[in-house]
Design a protein around this ligand. Structure first.
Ligand SMILES: Cc1cc2nc3c(=O)[nH]c(=O)nc-3n(C[C@H](O)[C@H](O)[C@H](O)COP(=O)(O)OP(=O)(O)OC[C@H]3O[C@@H](n4cnc5c(N)ncnc54)[C@H](O)[C@@H]3O)c2cc1C
Length: 403
């Protein structure tokens, strides 16, 4: 079978990329190892994704936003960063940014469901689900993707969106810088007596990091807790009643009583940055290119941005009558996406280290950073405009969630 582009991985990035190319005239194959039923109704994976203004605009343009139910959209009005036993943290207020809110919160499974529904309506996209890729070969003449059922897909360009642990990246011989933070992150939906008032919390306590992400209902939030794997194992051994009491205690009872209302989902904290995003007739997008530490809540925002950049470069080449798979087109994508993501990726690695370090010097630097940040108006304005501007530059501090 022949296609213009074969996309490997029907996660949020691969799906949005297929959708971005609709109307381009390109014939696309989308290969995914999960079965179609799981893609149409994705399981709740506990992740609540913070969405910037720029990403929201892209989601609207792609038709995803219109497919979300009202109760699936949480408002991120303000954000607060707390350090240690602080009672009043550093506040980032929407009105200081001249916006009605700083951003939005959406469940990852709702994003996936909406994106898959969009792609199902595209006649130019052939969905090959429940499929295992065994071999990827590229050369100056074209590319070939072989599946476990021995089917061969011939194509002009392969685009891999197969997660931060991408097998395709490895098969193409592309190295990646990986950093394992040695921590486990628990995401858990909880109800609480005190309203969240649409304020996200990032709380750097001693020996733990907590985040509170406000959901649509004013008394329901996604709680994000990062601990050492051993401490997490002990916590997860608790039954719901004991876990609820433990969480209320960790939040110093500031939210009143807390109740578990979602699945317990844990993730290892590993940051990944591919050494190259492109090769001959090949490109990486999504987490396969840049797998952010969730502390800056930016993996999907970058995934959306990257697929948009690549789709624009390919379409510009098509319009100019140039081969869309040529090295110069792919390298332009690589340059633009690297420029957009590298500084934040590096800053995130540094911050994640600082905020998981409970030794005294690190605590002091944190205190100084938050104190100075609170006092300096220009610094706050810079942080705010990054979150709310319809651009790609999102500042570091607010993108932080939990380390
Ligand atoms: C706890 C947590 C919180 C987060 N919070 C935020 C946030 O607030 N804001 C934000 O922007 N981002 C956030 N992220 C990051 C975001 O979830 C990811 O960046 C995003 O889901 C990555 O999408 P993707 O499509 O690149 O990869 P994935 O979602 O990993 O999808 C990859 C797809 O490829 C398929 N696949 C893999 N290998 C193969 C193969 N060999 N053949 C065929 N198919 C294959 C998989 O089945 C999967 O469907 C968070 C992540 C975590 C873990």
């Amino acid at each position: 079978m022949f296609f213009d582009i074969v996309i490997i991985g029907a996660g949020p990035a691969g799906l949005c990329f297929a959708r971005s190319l609709s109307g381009s005239g390109l014939r696309i194959a989308l290969v995914e190892r999960q079965e179609e039923a799981a893609l149409m109704a994705p399981a709740d994976d506990g992740r609540e994704i913070a969405i910037t203004h720029h990403s929201q605009r892209l989601m609207r343009e792609l038709g995803l936003w219109a497919r979300l139910r009202e109760d699936e959209i949480g408002t991120l009005r303000d954000a607060m960063v707390l350090d240690g036993d602080d009672r009043d943290g550093l506040m980032f207020r929407h009105d200081e940014a001249g916006k009605s809110q700083l951003g939005w919160l959406l469940s990852n499974h709702a994003i996936r469901r909406a994106a898959y529904a969009e792609v199902m309506e595209l006649p130019a996209v052939e969905r090959i689900t429940g499929a295992q890729v065994t071999t990827v070969r590229t050369s100056s003449d074209g590319a070939e993707v072989e599946l476990a059922n021995r089917e061969s897909l011939h194509t002009q360009l392969v685009v891999a969106a197969d997660s931060r642990f991408s097998d395709t990246r490895r098969a193409m011989g592309i190295a990646a810088g990986m950093h394992d933070f040695g921590k486990t992150m628990l995401v858990l939906r909880m109800q609480h007596d005190v309203s969240h008032e649409q304020v996200a919390w990032e709380w750097f306590g001693h020996g733990q990091t907590l985040a509170l992400l406000p959901l649509h209902d004013s008394h329901t939030s996604s709680v994000v807790l990062t601990l050492s794997p051993q401490a997490m194992k002990t916590l997860l051994a608790l039954d719901d009643a004991a876990l609820e009491a433990a969480m209320a205690e960790r939040f110093q009872q500031r939210l009143g009583a807390m109740r578990v209302v979602g699945p317990r989902c844990t993730y290892p904290l590993v940051g990944v940055y591919a050494k190259r995003f492109v090769a001959e007739r090949f490109a990486l997008i999504g987490d396969a290119a840049v797998g952010m530490h969730p502390v800056t809540a930016h993996g999907f925002n970058f995934g959306l941005l990257g697929q948009d950049t690549l789709a624009h470069e390919l379409c510009a080449a098509l319009t100019a009558g140039r081969p869309f798979w040529s090295a110069s087109v792919l390298q332009r994508y690589e340059r633009r996406h690297r420029r957009a993501t590298r500084p934040l990726y590096l800053a995130t690695q540094m911050l994640a280290g600082l905020y998981t370090d409970d030794r005294r010097p690190a605590r002091l630097v944190r205190k100084l950073a938050l104190g100075a940040g609170a006092r300096l108006g220009p610094f706050k304005r810079m942080v705010m405009s990054g979150l709310t501007a319809d651009s790609t530059t999102i500042p570091t501090l607010l993108r932080r969630r939990s380390v």
